[in-house]
Design a protein around this ligand. Structure first.
Ligand code: NAD
Length: 361
């Protein structure tokens, strides 16, 4: 199997964590005889400094010519005074739009060894494993008309969905549910919103194509509560843009650390993969960033762009084993007498590679 991967490491801890993700991917490729070609381009603050724009044309062209894009993170305090359309984050929004992915996959899972890091009780979250599928290009964030009319002292946004926009993301969610525990919960506000009534009707139509997947519907307000009370009951959670933004962040507490979570945006011209954390300027350059979110993002590349399920699972198992053996970056430990072995970013990467070798050799 051959994959061309563009790495846009970006700013802050982006290069540190993507470096470890690439090293793990190279290890997997060497062990299993796959060809992974890596190219590197600038995005974000580093691109502003070097090229005068957060998304240089060269980066965009290379992204569109690749099979997958691995993005680290963008942003830095020195750019905070720039207007929003000139800041590093503008490069991220521009590349997401250009690649056109409409299904944002965001897992929220509880690593058994990290349940102590969550504010939720271990017995509530132990074993929780949810995959959010958030519609990314429609709804309130993109609907027109939208404006802040200062003369009239009013502002408005439009929540709009078409049948096709709902059906295409629903199909992706159902297919993913088929490969998991075969349960799908669609979240809407169909008791109040017409967009949600359309959403629910289309999800039910698509459900007929996937009779092996059990479907339930929840209102978003109730779902916010269910996710905290009984997260283990959910498998794939499908929802629209705004609800998905809020619920997937809420569910981040299940994992207990921002540094552990990967994401993928699929369905467009080229899939875009990113750990969910930002550039963490407070710890950049110190060698202490948790690379697991980026390494697990690498696993998603193999799964969704390479079709390499065994290799993707091996990376996920390797991260779990590394935690089981008591290795931690500093973000995962509390207090002094924790009893864990605290490692640097590169040392954690090396441990994961060791485990991958054991699993795949
Ligand atoms: P952040 O995710 O960068 O950091 C929040 C906190 O979590 C910090 O204390 C940080 O040290 C910690 N943290 C984050 N990732 C970590 C990791 N892998 N290992 C250990 N600790 C980690 O969010 P923020 O501080 O709100 O934003 C910082 C910058 O990142 C801003 O410029 C923001 O705009 C940008 N940002 C970018 C993205 C992205 O590129 N996708 C996402 C969010 C924020």
């Amino acid at each position: 199997m051959k994959l061309k991967i563009l790495v846009t490491a970006g700013d802050g801890i982006g290069p540190e964590v993507t470096g470890e993700a690439v090293a793990v991917l190279k290890e997997v490729a060497a062990l299993k005889g796959h060809t992974l070609e890596f190219d590197y381009k600038r995005i974000g603050g580093i691109a502003i400094t070097t090229d005068g724009t957060p998304l240089p044309q060269e980066t965009l062209d290379a992204a569109l010519a690749s099979d997958a894009v691995l993005l680290g993170a963008v942003g830095g305090n020195e750019f905070n005074s720039l207007p929003p359309n000139k800041r590093p984050e503008a490069g991220l929004l521009a590349i997401r739009a250009a690649l056109g992915g409409f299904a944002n996959l965001r897992p929220a899972f509880a690593f058994k060894e990290l349940t102590v890091n969550s504010p939720l009780k271990p017995e509530v979250i132990d074993g929780a494993d949810i995959l959010f599928v958030r519609e990314l290009l429609g709804g309130l964030y993109f609907g027109a008309p939208r404006a802040w009319d200062k003369e009239k002292d009013e502002a408005y946004n439009t929540m709009r969905y078409t049948r096709d926009e709902v059906a295409r993301v629903a199909r992706i969610a159902f297919k993913l549910a088929q490969g998991r525990r075969k349960k799908l919960c669609s979240v809407d506000k169909a008791n109040v919103l017409e967009t949600s009534q359309l959403w629910r009707a289309v999800v039910n139509e698509v459900a007929a194509e996937f009779p092996d997947v059990a479907v339930e519907h929840q209102y978003v307000d109730a779902m916010a509560m269910h996710l905290m009370n009984r997260p283990r009951d959910f498998d794939v959670v499908l929802t629209e843009n705004l609800f998905g933004d809020i619920l997937s962040d809420e569910s981040g507490v299940i994992t207990g650390s921002l540094g552990m979570l990967p994401s993928a945006t699929i369905g467009g011209k080229v899939n875009l993969y990113e750990p969910i954390h930002g550039s963490a300027p407070d710890i950049a350059g110190k060698g202490i960033a948790n690379p697991c979110g980026a390494i697990l993002t690498g696993a998603l590349i193999l799964r969704h762009s390479g079709g390499l399920e065994a290799e993707a699972s091996a990376i996920e198992t390797a991260v779990r084993k590394m935690l089981e053996q008591g290795y931690r970056t500093p973000d995962l430990v509390r207090g002094k007498d924790h009893g864990y072995t605290v490692l640097s970013t590169t040392e954690v990467g090396a441990k994961v590679r060791e485990m991958v070798k054991e699993l795949l050799a």
